[in-house]
Design a binder for this molecule. Structure first.
Ligand code: HEM
Length: 126
């Protein structure tokens, strides 16, 4: 597949993943029962699978790999922090305070991953 098309798929799935996470986090903070809706629990898995598949495909296309190239290592680690704290924020956190803190950490991790993507540097230096 054309590199630019693949990158567009990656960026679109990033936007859907972050937008969806932000929306579900706000539902969580508002204590909305909508958060338990079946499609709201399934759609993120579909989006995140596309995100990860396009990420690995892009990495293979430019022959740069996580745990070989620092910026891609930083993206994978940032992604794990985003997923881990995202799960605590939306499901596993026992109190609202824990869930709200985890939500903020997950958002910060996602912002870091976007910044790493734009600078291609784990320290965000150009
Ligand atoms: C939360 C997770 C992720 C976010 C928010 C994210 C975000 C982005 C963004 C915004 C871009 C476009 C950068 C630009 O326009 O120059 C991009 C490109 C890219 N991403 Fe991701 N990404 C994520 C996960 C990953 C992972 C896990 C990998 C690698 C295994 C990866 C590999 C790449 C590659 C190779 C590019 C193309 C870079 C280029 O052509 O300059 N991404 N990513």
């Amino acid at each position: 597949m054309d590199y630019l098309a693949l990158k567009s798929i990656h960026v679109a799935s990033v936007a859907l993943s972050l937008g969806g996470f932000l929306a579900r986090g706000l539902l969580m903070l508002a204590g909305s029962p909508l958060l338990a809706a079946r499609w709201l629990r399934i759609a993120p898995h579909v989006v995140d699978t596309v995100l990860l598949a396009s990420a690995l495909w892009l990495a293979a296309a430019i022959r740069q790999y996580p745990f070989v190239h620092g910026w891609l290592t930083a993206k994978v680690l940032g992604l794990l922090v985003y997923i881990g704290f995202g799960t605590i924020a939306l499901r596993r956190g026992r109190t609202r305070r824990i869930r709200a803190s985890a939500f903020c950490i997950a958002l910060a991790a996602a912002a870091y991953v976007v910044a790493v993507a734009l600078t291609r540097s784990p320290l965000l230096s150009r």
